[in-house]
Design a protein around this ligand. Structure first.
Ligand code: CA
Length: 641
């Protein structure tokens, strides 16, 4: 029994109020804590410090419904992992030898776009990592890859134009100087520099740009070329970072230019965190001792090759600073595949050029191509297949009979043998059975070896070879240039032109690779000459530029060349004749491969000459096609019917 006296009641009320205040304070404190957690994410008030998340985000509604998330942070492996999200299922948590890694495998088949939480619990402390599944910006089938209707313009981003001198040096990065007089140093070119000159590129008439690697190369030296990636999800900040890459792609698309991104799955840079602090030893090949690749990748398909040679070729490191990734490790494989899909989805790129394709594991590369093409059915991938015969190159193309029952699934391979022949053919006198244009004819007669010869990448030179002109003196012979370009842009294949070719930039590999990658004149503030304008180019450069532009503009949207079949004739009177034809229209190319005037008997060509007169596209003159045709020395005719 208990009696309430008025005084007692007052005291009780007082305590109630205090309790209420404490409760409110507690609630406020809790809310504040949650707010701070939201604000600073994983990096505050918690046990676990996450240094890297790869991929940084992903998308809902992808064809492949599995997602690997790699988490990197000091001793995170002892965490208990849970997820809170809508229809996001944690299938598997994989620990590596190294306690600083956790690999999560998620099933997101039913998940909508959302931000879900990854919770890592260590004892009583827990860390919450928000992870975003974005809405897709486009359907996979909306991405159009590059085809034979395109011409690619290859650019080394450090060497084309410097659009933002402020990013030349980024504090904290290992190579922190710029020296334009030093061939292997960084020169300061960037993605904004390319974006600023898209009008020049589009006006030239190419329809796609292929950029040498743009992903982060935080290496002590030689980082300018980009082939030693230190973070697969980061565009090098000295080139402008991820935002500038996305902006450049969007701007290129607005101007009708496709974008091809260079990727490297065979190796990464030795400063990559995945190598510096390996998840497991088996993420890399030859982990106990340094073994360099022999570069003899023919051993991959050589029926007589020894296991020893095959292993050195594919598992050896590219250089000491480029350790060889083991794509047979399923986690490595998934990491690499996802990184490529991330870039396609993030930036909307139209194609990938895969570096050192035959150096990586065949089955992995095949699986990668298959998955990309399933996600993006109209996409295209070209592999760097630097092999010196058509038999060896053809092995790497999708549906190759020579590789069967295996299939690389790689739609486009690089025609290195033709590149070598083109660099001889236009310097020699053409014979009926040897030399000059005979080499090109002879090579193309063997196209049956290719599963799809129309989709080979064809080129006179690239960033790894001597340029078509090795010295400036050679550029005086502009006829050589004109014939080679006419051939490249009218024969079968997807042509690629290396930046600077249009202004006769020379480059000799024996002087060093850096000399093949000289700065485009006018790309840097204060450059004495500016070859982006007609006034800045010499008369000879303008002749080359105008000729290239004329051919490229004509080739653009010209289905006879882009989609047509090829019929050619054996050499007669030192002259090579071929026809491209598509839906009742045709183009006939007649090329005199000698330093003498020729009289060509037209009898063999009746089936490709529907009329007795035609206009030569190059000179504009009328050409009579009756009985015999007189050709000047090294003359090229392009006739449309
Ligand atoms: Ca710059």
């Amino acid at each position: 029994i208990f009696i309430l006296c008025p005084a007692r009641l007052e005291v009780n009320k007082y305590f109630c109020r205090i309790q209420k205040s404490i409760h409110i304070m507690k609630q406020t404190l809790l809310a504040l804590c949650s707010f701070i957690t939201l604000l600073f994410g994983a990096n505050s008030l918690h046990a676990v410090n996450i240094e890297k998340i790869a991929p940084t985000f992903w998308w809902a509604g992808m064809k492949n419904t599995e997602l690997q998330i790699l988490l990197y942070g000091k001793n995170i492996a002892s965490s208990e992992v849970s997820l809170s999200g809508n229809q996001v299922i944690l299938k598997e948590v994989v620990k590596q030898e190294n306690p600083n890694y956790l690999l999560l495998y998620l099933d997101i088949a039913e998940a909508q776009a959302q931000t879900f939480q990854i919770v890592l619990k260590q004892g009583k402390k827990s860390t919450t990592i928000p992870y975003e599944l974005k809405e897709r910006e486009r359907k996979g089938c909306d991405i159009q890859g590059f085809t034979a209707s395109d011409v690619l313009y290859l650019i080394m981003p450090d060497r084309f134009a410097n659009g933002n001198p402020d990013n030349d040096i980024v504090k904290g990065m290992r190579e922190d100087k710029v020296d334009r007089n030093e061939q292997y140093a960084r020169h300061g070119g960037d993605l904004k520099g390319i974006a600023d000159h898209l009008d020049y590129i589009a006006d030239l008439g190419v329809t796609a740009i292929w950029l040498n690697p743009t992903q982060e190369n935080d290496m002590k030296e030689g980082s300018y070329h980009g082939y030693a990636i230190t973070d697969y999800y980061q565009i090098d900040r000295r080139l402008g970072g991820n935002e500038d890459f996305k902006k450049l792609t969007e701007k290129a698309h607005e101007k009708g230019l496709k974008v091809v991104m260079d990727m490297i799955f065979n190796h990464c840079g030795s400063e990559n965190y995945l190598f510096r602090d390996k998840p497991s030893k088996d993420w890399f090949n030859f982990r106990s001792e340094y073994v360099q690749t022999s570069f003899k990748t023919a051993s991959v398909q050589d029926v007589h090759a020894s296991e020893y040679e095959r292993k050195i070729a594919t598992d050896g490191w590219f250089t000491q600073s480029m350790p060889d990734l083991n794509q047979r490790n399923r986690h490595v494989a998934r990491y690499l595949i996802q990184s490529s899909i991330w870039w396609i989805e993030y930036a909307g790129i139209n194609g990938i050029r895969q570096d050192t394709h035959p150096y990586a594991d065949f089955d992995f590369m095949s699986q990668w191509c298959k998955e990309v093409m399933e996600e993006y059915p109209h996409f295209n991938i070209v592999g760097e297949t630097w092999l010196n015969s058509n038999v060896l190159v053809s092995f790497w193309q999708k549906d190759s009979k020579l590789a069967a029952p295996r299939n690389s699934n790689l739609p486009t391979v690089m025609d290195f043998p033709l590149q070598g022949l083109m660099n001889q053919a236009f310097d020699e006198e053409t014979g009926e059975w040897s030399n000059g244009l005979y080499r090109l004819y002879d090579y193309l007669t063997q196209d049956l070896v290719y599963a799809d010869p129309m989709h080979l990448l064809t080129f006179l030179d690239n960033h790894d070879t001597s340029r078509f002109y090795q010295t400036e003196e050679q550029t005086a012979n502009i006829t050589r240039y004109k014939q080679a370009l006419a051939f490249l842009l009218t024969t079968r294949g997807i042509p690629q032109i290396y930046y600077g070719t249009e202004i006769l930039m020379p480059g000799d590999k024996s002087k060093g690779d850096g000399f093949l990658r000289m700065d485009f004149p006018g790309g840097w503030p204060g450059d004495r000459t500016n070859c982006f304008t007609a006034e800045g180019r010499t008369a000879l450069q303008n002749e080359a530029f105008d000729y290239t532009r004329k051919l490229l503009q004509w080739r653009k949207n010209n289905d006879v060349i882009g989609k047509g079949s090829l019929k050619h004739f054996s050499i007669a009177s030192g002259t090579y004749v071929y026809e491209r034809s598509y839906q009742g229209r045709s183009v006939v190319v007649i090329m005199n491969g000698t330093d003498q005037a020729q009289t060509l008997d037209l009898t063999p060509y009746k089936e490709i000459l529907p009329r007795q007169e035609a206009t030569d596209f190059l000179s504009g003159k009328q050409v009579k096609l009756v009985d015999k045709l007189a050709l000047d020395k090294r003359e090229t005719l392009i006739l449309s019917f």
